[in-house]
Design a protein around this ligand. Sequence first.
Ligand code: KIV
Length: 271
Amino acid sequence: MSIHKEVKKVTTHVLQAMKARDEKIAMLTAYDYSMARILDAAKIDVLLVGDSASNVMAGHETTLPITLDQMIYHAASVVRAVERALVVVDLPFGSYQGDSKRALQSTVRIMKEAGAHAVKLEGGKEVKDSIERILSAGVPVMGHLGLTPQSIYKFGTYTVRAKEEAEAERLIKDAKLLQKLGCFAIVLEKIPAKLTKVVSEELVIPTIGIGAGPDADGQVLVTHDLLGITKDFHPRFLRRYLELFDEIKGATERYIHDVKTNDFPNEKEQY
Ligand code: KIV
């Protein structure tokens, strides 16, 4: 029997056991109560309250504008819905970089006010002090390497990272450092599949890929992309399971028609 089927509550130790048993980890984003309930009922292993909420929920072009207060609001809504999944919350831009005390304060707020189970932050050795301080408070940390959207203005584009040898070597070094510091897992975003394989084989902690090929120990997608709510986003790595933009648009058009033609509400739909 798979760990996924057996387990009633996913913890960081469960994820570690999944890697040890070669069982893939399934992770999706969630930002609100209703969606989190559905995903948790489907037995998703990890729910990430991603700072992609800045794009998906608030309509910003980047993840930079979202605030710690806003992340806590989204995270608390998700935590209220969840019975089984591990809930990981992104530390937003400006809440942890270059100031480990601030990183811990931001984390404490996320843990206390939202009831999260772990935090995620972007970067390698440049965020070492922040990771160490958060871990010293007993809070599990998920790393994030490769394309790190909070640094988009440094990269300039959202293209694949670590294609060149020097950057790939740096990424491997950073991944080993994050493991050594005590991170329980690492997201690898938009890197070559071959590099994901190397990193995943070298580490004992799980890797979770997005646009990083099949050899990560788990996969993550933004739920709104997977469901086809974000219509105009078509990266190669994305598999759409529904076309909800069109479904919802169609339902809304039918509702408008029914209201305008006096078809809704009918005799049975009134008191
Ligand atoms: O914010 C987010 O949704 C993420 C995932 C893409 C990994 O960081």
